[in-house]
Ligand binder design. Structure first.
Ligand code: PEP
Ligand code: MN
Length: 347
């Protein structure tokens, strides 16, 4: 792979210093092309591969003003000019990344059998293809409900068997990767673990599709590089999920960065999912954000739905009711039509 850096020398460097810099760059395996313009010297350095001793380290040299890498730091998640989008196969009946927009819906936390079965039957009837539900919950306070653990996974499995819906649930730690992979169709990596690289590698090695949330303080480049860990571990089944970033705004819980959709669709061949629920923290805003996400090209939506949000064991204010979810699936239809997309189905 060609790798290119631009190195700008400080104004007025001596010939001897210029030679020293050029020799150093060449000794690191790069070929050089020197541009002289208005008394300034700019070096274009071409390498086959980025060596462990990157040229950026040369920034500390007194002769050098600036070192700029031209290539993107991510390679495997990057979308080449004419590259097809990746279709991520979730199971034999559902794939994400094609023309169909899939709905992943369910409670923030699995609470009991009746709750998860009721939600599963209802969201399926409304058009969802994937059931979400947290069994291991990353709570801000240790005194809040931490999830049912394996019991929650078993209930999700029961709901899958009863409805045929695929399952998505979060894995919080390396210790639970095998256990979660045994029950789920998609492993969710949450915002708090988005740069827990050992967890990403362990989850990727199961071969299961991975939904990688964006860290609430992560730049898009960092998110793409976190995704690079999944593909680099031999697992091509990656879904990126925007779920809101931390800003100065307090009206919403997070600021859902919808601009990430067109950016990610340009930068990566992997599907892009939007989670409006964590994204805004308010049930009243979920329908508008879903409409915006569909219009902007999201490949799937991850929505928190609860039979009785006022009594939910986590994230009550942002969960919509079963009826609201049914209404939402109808409300997005004209926007799907306008975008030339269809609603995902269990094939
Ligand atoms: C969730 O989906 O319930 C959740 C905890 O997500 P996030 O990691 O985006 O906060
Ligand atoms: Mn939640």
């Amino acid at each position: 792979m060609e790798f290119m850096m631009i190195i700008v020398l400080k104004a007025g460097v001596s010939e001897a210093d210029e030679t020293r810099v050029l020799n150093e760059i060449e000794s690191r395996g790069y070929s050089v092309h020197v541009i002289r313009e208005s008394g300034r010297i700019i070096i274009a350095a071409f390498g086959k591969e980025q060596t462990p001793q990157t040229l950026e380290a040369l920034t500390s040299w007194p002769q050098i003003e600036k070192v700029t890498p031209i290539q993107k730091r991510y390679k495997l998640v990057k979308r080449a000019a004419s590259q097809e989008r990746t279709l991520v196969k979730i199971n034999d009946h559902v794939s994400i990344g094609g023309n169909a927009v899939h709905l992943m819906a369910g409670p923030c936390s699995v609470e009991n059998e009746k709750q998860i079965m009721t939600v599963a039957e209802s969201v399926k009837a409304s058009g969802a293809t994937i059931l979400r539900g947290g069994a291991f919950k990353p709570r801000t306070s240790p005194y809040e409900f931490q999830g049912l653990g394996e019991k929650g996974l078993k209930l999700l499995d029961k709901a899958r068997k009863a409805t045929g819906l695929a399952i998505i649930t979060e894995c919080l730690s390396e210790e639970h990767v095998e256990l979660v992979a045994e029950y789920t169709d998609i492993i969710q990596i949450g915002t708090r673990n988005a740069q827990n690289f050992q967890l990403l590698i362990a989850a990727a090695r199961t071969g299961k599709p991975i939904l990688l949330k964006r860290g609430s303080g992560m730049k898009i480049e960092e998110w793409l590089l976190a995704g690079e860990y999944i593909l680099n571990s031999g697992n091509p089944n990656l879904l990126f999920c925007e779920r809101g970033i931390r800003t100065f705004e307090t009206y919403t819980r997070n600021t859902l960065d919808l601009s990430a959709i067109p950016i990610m669709k340009k930068e990566t061949h992997c599907p892009v999912v939007i989670d409006p629920s964590q994204g805004c923290g308010s049930a009243k805003l979920v329908d508008s954000l879903c409409i915006g996400a569909v219009a902007m090209g999201a490949d799937a939506l991850l929505i928190e739905v609860h039979p009785d949000p006022a009594h939910a064991w986590s994230d009550g204010p942002q969960q919509i009711t079963l009826e609201e979810f049914a209404k939402l699936t109808r409300a997005i239809q004209p926007f799907l039509n306008a975008a030339g997309r269809t609603l995902g189905k269990i094939e």
